[in-house]
Design a protein around this ligand. Structure first.
Ligand code: G6P
Length: 369
């Protein structure tokens, strides 16, 4: 096992650090920036199904569901295709309206999650075209779907999902960009811009990982907290949900993710000097509005840990701590802003003496209902 950890103390840390390579492996051979195209067999062979789809329904559980939420923003924003994101466990029992004009995308790291598998079977019976995004090659979901695209994250051992999440977002971004181009929803120049941007993500993730020491220091300050709030807007709202899930999964601190603007409809009542609030406040994406949310937290004495774009000045003046991420185009920010949140939960869990790789009561893959 020590050899498998490759010199890291835990699988989770190893997997966090593998992300630059995992993301690269996921788009390698698919993203051909010099030729200005995206090649993905599962999409190329079924292009008509996607182009003519009334809507895309995404089903998943846990972290994969959060990747689905990011995909909703990307697909609607870039490819102008309506998307619904569903918890597989709810969807399968809801008697949902599904037709043969629907495309269902099932996202699953393990490819074995029972609820996701059941949702796929139901959608197939109702005539939908079902596409899988899995990490484990030859898994049940990979076999049960009509077509699919693998994430090439490599084996993920830590129960808390990290590199599976960012590679899922990578695959879904490739699909959205491909469809945007094929549908004529995006100009050729914009398409090229995104391809170049996506190609640059691994080195920007690398850069983000350099904040590890700083994040460890921040973790030291908040390791004894009992609650934590995560806020983000737009593309970073699902990242807030994922950040909160990571913290509760491995550190057992109660954490909640919220769209920043919804704070005033409830969570703001919880804010006092004991409450750390992690706010994703990158440039673009409603920046000014998030800054005003930060001010509201500050005036109630909440402690602010902000994830900001490199060189940011305004947030630095109000936040208690800032962690910088390199600038990128808006749809790709989740690939960067997720990283510090993974590291923050890792360090806090470790300092609390928790079993980071195998948290209590949780399983890596949930093959029963
Ligand atoms: C379990 C794991 C999570 C994972 C979820 C969905 O709860 O602990 O990390 O996100 O299942 O798993 P899947 O393999 O379908 O992505």
């Amino acid at each position: 096992e020590e050899i498998e950890k490759g010199g890291y103390d835990h699988f989770m840390l190893k997997e966090i650090y593998e992300q630059p390579r995992a993301i690269l492996d996921t788009y390698r051979g698919r993203l051909l920036a010099d030729q200005g195209l995206i090649r993905m067999a599962g999409i190329d062979q079924n292009l008509e199904k996607f182009i003519n789809a009334n809507r895309i329904i995404i089903v998943a559980c846990g972290t994969s569901w959060h990747a689905g939420l990011v995909a909703e923003y990307i697909f609607e924003d870039l490819a102008r295709i309506p998307v619904e994101v569903e918890y597989a466990s709810e969807f399968r029992y809801r008697n949902p309206v599904i037709t043969d004009k629907d495309v269902l995308i099932a996202i699953s790291q393990s490819g074995e999650t029972a609820d996701t598998l059941a949702a796929i079977k139901m959608a197939k019976e109702k005539g939908a075209f079902v596409f899988g995004v899995c990490n484990v090659v030859g898994s049940s979901i990979a076999r049960e779907t009509h077509a699919g695209a693998y994430t090439h994250a490599g084996p993920e051992i830590g129960v808390a999902s990290t590199k599976a999440f960012t590679t899922q977002i990578t695959v879904l971004s490739l699909i959205a960009l491909k469809l945007a181009k094929e549908k004529g929803a995006m100009s050729e120049s914009k398409f090229h811009e995104y391809l170049t941007e996506l190609e640059g993500i691994p080195s920007k993730v690398e850069k983000t990982l350099e904040s590890n020491k700083l994040i460890e220091e921040i973790a030291e300050v908040y390791k004894d907290s009992t609650n934590c709030l995560y806020l983000g807007r737009g593309y970073n709202f699902p990242v807030a949900l994922e950040g909160a899930l990571k913290l509760k999964e491995i550190s057992y601190i109660h954490a909640e993710g919220y769209p920043a603007a919804e704070m005033k409809h409830g969570p703001i009542a919880l804010i006092d000097e004991e409450m750390p609030v992690v706010v994703i406040a990158t440039k673009k994406g409603h920046y000014e509005k998030v800054v005003s949310n930060i001010q509201e937290i500050k005036s109630r004495s909440g402690k602010i840990i902000a994830i900001v774009t490199e060189g940011d000045k305004s947030v630095k003046e109000i936040a208690d701590h800032v962690i910088e991420v390199p600038e990128t185009s808006e749809p790709m920010t989740p690939l960067l802003t997720t990283i510090p949140l993974q590291l923050l939960s890792y360090h806090i869990a470790l300092m609390r003496g928790c079993n980071v790789d195998q948290p209590r009561n949780l399983a890596k893959s949930v093959t029963v209902e």
